[in-house]
Write a protein that binds this ligand. Structure first.
Ligand code: ADP
Ligand code: MG
Length: 853
């Protein structure tokens, strides 16, 4: 029943009855009135309606709403001085939407409570500030609160909460209580009205008076709150009656309530019926509230149960959480331990490394100390060694100076040696003539030889009648001479090239006499080193000298190969072997370079030379003649150009070695050619004749040398004049059939040699040698004839002896048969046989085995 006690005063004694309407359904309260109405039949109907109105002041009747709005408007006017339209709720609300009136009203209630904003957008801000303040600072009850939506709704529905709020605010304003609660019993007790009643002279009469006073006060307040204007003039009878009835009713109710609230106190009399009604009413209310309490109790139990379940879940979760936390802690612990172990290991390792490093450092420090000590001790040694080395260096420098002096002396001696060498060469003659005889029969000619080699470069040639012609040259090489032997004699000349002397070597002779063999070699020259001719050997020799003088003189060796055919110079090393391959001589250029445009190939080894020779040989012009299948119809001029720089003196040398394989020198009438071949032969003979003339002029030191008579001499002009060294290799065929050409060749050579060597001496000594040679040859011939005759006589004798033996045997046979009287085989009688034997043997009988003397 405590709940009922707690409720009853607030429901009955509250001075703000409009809040009851919103808290409890009006229909419930109107459920009570039937009993009241029944009882009320004895009372004034006005009193009943007033009671109903007082209990259900929240009933929404248009008038009451209008009254409330008017009361609220009055309050606003009181606070702000502004008149608000209150006949229509929508208009009323629209007037409040800018929030300014609300805020200013609030500021009146609580000065400076909110700041009032102005402007078109400030309405919402002001309203929210108002609502916020009354909620937060004035603890506005929820029943009196309105929302922004309530204010700004365009519905025509009444939004009574706005009015309620304003009226509540008015209450606050009137009470002056900072947080008034219209439902608080304490407030009721402490209100000035109640205090006044309690202290009134009627105090102590009875409790009914108090309740009546309360009721009246409440009614008065309610009417004032609702804007109702209480009549102040003399009251009407009806109204007085109604008030009396109402007072009675309140009195009874009050008595009943007081008796319940104050048990043991003397209970005033009261009407039984009303008591029953109130009893029922109160019972109903108690039952209802008990039921609600039970329901709430159930709800509470259910909530408690749910709370228990929730707590259980929470506990379960807590357990899980604890487990997880434990597991995490364990893992964390484990991980920490592992990390700690690893860290421990690393620390140990680092400690070990540190110890090792310290050890190494100490070792190094020790070694350093030792080294420093050793260094200190070796300083002396070093200075001694330095002094010794310095002494050695000084000595070496002195020796180097000596060496340089020696080197200079050596160079000077070498130069002198060269000069002496070349002087010797000069003394030997600047033009040397050699003669080489080809072996007999190498060309297939079966004719006997017509040559005889003498002493000291002498050579005799015999005609058919045995007449002898003797020639003398610098040297004569017989048929058995080797390529090496020939080269040995020209080698000295070739070496002069490296010293800056121009050298020309000519191979002269009729076709087939062995010129190409001497200069180039046989066809197998590339494979057979021994058969290689002067060309290869000269270049090899130059390369050897180049290597030998390396560091002293730097040499560059280049080669060019030309051919003079029909007085036209052609380049044998160019690819273009057509009509454009014609070169001209520019006589102002130095030797070897006086044919501009000629291909010059640098050569540094034998392979280069072989390759170059192959190209030249392929391009060489050859033609067939009757005398030789591959008769060379042109002059081949291989020129080796040697440029040297003395590395110590910087002196430069330039020299040329011309190796000339001349065309065949045979006479045209013998070669039997005609037409083009005849022209070839004529130009060959012309050039050879010019060469002979030039050589003769040079040898006889004539003032005018006719170099320009042929392309050959013009080409070689530089290398033939001045300090040039020339070697003429005369080639002759030994066969008697080549007697004429041989003599011609030898005469050509003799023309030059007679100048340099003097006329070939037909002195007694040499004549006797050749005569003795010839006598011996004659005797040998006679002996040979006698030997042949003797041999023939012996052969005849043997034949006759065989015949004699046969005849003797037959005669003996005849004789034996004749003695026996038997007739001879094939013979008529022994007498016939005897006569034959006698006729054959001259009457002598010869026995078997007996020699004829
Ligand atoms: P050329 O050049 O004067 O016309 P070759 O050099 O062609 O004459 O010689 C003609 C032939 O005689 C070649 O077969 C060559 O091998 C041979 N011959 C020349 N001289 C000698 C020699 N000294 N020894 C051996 N064979 C030789
Ligand atoms: Mg030849």
């Amino acid at each position: 029943m405590g709940a009922v006690h707690g409720w009853a005063p607030s429901g009955v004694g509250c001075d703000c009855c409009y809040t009851i309407r919103s808290k409890y359904n009006t229909s419930k309260l109107t459920a009570v009135p039937p009993a009241i109405m029944q009882d009320g039949q004895r009372k004034s109907p006005d009193a009943t309606s007033v009671l109903r109105k007082s209990l259900s002041s929240g009933a929404h009747t248009p008038n009451s709403e209008v009254n409330k709005r008017r009361a609220a408007a009055d309050f606003i006017k009181q606070c702000t001085g502004l008149d608000l339209p209150y006949s229509n709720d929508l208009n009323f609300r629209q007037a409040l939407r800018d929030g300014v009136i609300l805020c200013e009203t609030l500021n009146k209630v609580r000065p400076n409570a909110v700041q009032v904003e102005t402007g078109s957008e400030a309405g919402l801000t002001n309203v929210q500030a108002f609502l916020s303040y009354i909620s937060d600072h004035l603890q506005c009850p929820s029943e009196a609160k309105f929302s922004v939506h309530d204010l700004f709704s365009e519905d025509y529905d009444d939004r009574t909460r706005i009015v309620d709020c304003l009226l509540w605010l008015r209450k606050v304003y009137s009470c002056g209580d900072p947080v008034p609660s219209p439902f608080s019993f304490a407030m009721l007790r402490e209100s000035s009205d109640i205090r006044a009643m309690r202290d009134s002279p009627r105090k102590g009469q009875n409790s009914v008076d108090l309740v009546t006073a309360l009721s009246q006060q409440h009614q008065k307040q309610q009417q004032a709150q609702m804007g109702m204007v209480l009549p102040t003039g003399p009251r009407t009878l009806a109204s007085t009656q109604a008030n009396a009835n109402l007072s009675a009713l309140y009195s009874d109710m009050s008595q009943s309530l007081i008796s319940r609230m104050t048990p043991g106190m003397p209970t005033p009399k009261y009407d039984t019926l009303l008591s029953n009604v109130m009893e029922q009413f109160l019972n109903g209310l108690s039952v209802e509230y008990e039921r609600r309490l039970v329901a709430k109790d159930h709800e509470l139990n259910a909530s408690k149960e749910a709370l228990r379940q929730f707590q259980k879940q929470v506990e379960g979760l807590q357990v899980q959480l604890d487990n997880i936390a434990g597991r995490l802690d364990a893992e964390k612990q484990q991980e920490m331990e592992m990390l700690a172990q690893e860290a421990q290991l690393r620390i140990r390792k680092l400690e070990d490394e540190l110890a090792e490093a310290r050890l190494v450092i100490s070792e190094h420090a020790e070694a350093l100390a030792n080294a420093e000590e050793a260094l200190g001790s070796r300083d002396g040694e070093c200075s001694q060694r330095e002094a010794a080395l310095q002494a050695q260096l000084d000595e070496t420098l002195l020796r180097l100076q000596d060496f340089e002096v020696l080197q200079q002396r050596f160079n000077a001696i070498r130069e002198e040696n060269k000069k002496l060498y070349n002087t010797i060469q000069d003394l030997k003659g600047s033009i040397r003539v050699f003669c080489r005889v080809r072996p007999l029969g190498t060309t297939g000619d079966p004719a006997p030889g017509c040559l005889n080699l003498g002493m000291e470069g002498e050579l005799a040639v015999y005609d058919k009648a045995g007449e002898r012609k003797v020639y003398r040259f610098d040297r004569v090489f017989g048929g058995q001479s080797t390529q090496e032997e020939v080269y040995e004699d020209v080698q000295a000349l070739i070496r002069s090239v490296m010293d800056g002397y121009n050298v020309c070597i000519f191979a002269y002779g009729q076709t087939g006499s062995g010129k190409t063999h001497t200069m180039t070699g046989s066809n197998q020259a590339e494979e057979d080193v021994r058969s290689r001719g002067i060309n290869y050997r000269a270049l090899d020799d130059l390369f050897a000298l180049q290597a030998q003088r390396d560091g002293e003189t730097s040499y560059e060796i280049t080669a060019q190969m030309l051919e003079i055919y029909n007085e036209t110079i052609r380049d044998l090393l160019t690819e273009d072997q057509g009509g454009n391959n014609k070169l001209d001589i520019l006589s102002t250029q130095p030797s070897g370079l006086n044919v501009p445009g000629a291909t010059q190939i640098p050569v540094s080894n034998t392979a280069d030379v072989l390759a170059m020779m192959r190209v030249g040989a392929r391009n060489r012009h050859s033609a067939e003649t009757k005398m030789n299948e591959r008769s060379s119809r042109s002059h081949q001029v291989l020129t080796i150009i040697v440029d040297g720089v003395n590395m110590s003196t910087g002196a430069r040398t330039h020299a040329c070695l011309h190796l000339v394989d001349l065309a065949g020198s045979e006479r045209t009438d013998k070669s039997g050619v005609e037409g083009e071949r005849m022209r070839e032969a004529n130009s060959i003979n012309t050039s050879l004749s010019a060469l002979g003339t030039v050589m003769h002029s040079l040898a006889s030191k004539s003032k005018h040398i006719p170099f320009r008579n042929s392309k050959l001499t013009e080409l070689l002009a530089d290398s033939l004049s001045g300090q040039a060294k020339v070697c003429m290799l005369m080639h002759i065929a030994p066969e008697s059939t080549s007697y004429g050409e041989t003599v011609s060749t030898l005469n050509f050579g003799n023309r030059v040699a007679s100048v340099t060597l003097g006329q070939a001496r037909c002195n007694v000594e040499s004549g006797k040698v050749f005569e003795a040679h010839e006598a011996l040859t004659k005797k040998d011939k006679v002996i040979a004839e006698l030997k042949e005759q003797l041999l023939a006589a012996r052969e005849r004798e043997q034949v006759l002896q065989r015949q004699l033996q046969d005849e003797t045997a037959q005669a003996h046979n005849f004789r034996v048969r004749a003695c026996a009287g038997r007739p001879l085989d094939g013979l008529a009688s022994p007498g016939v046989y005897q006569s034959r034997c006698d006729a054959f043997l001259g009457g002598k009988f010869v026995h078997r085995g007996q020699n004829i003397s």
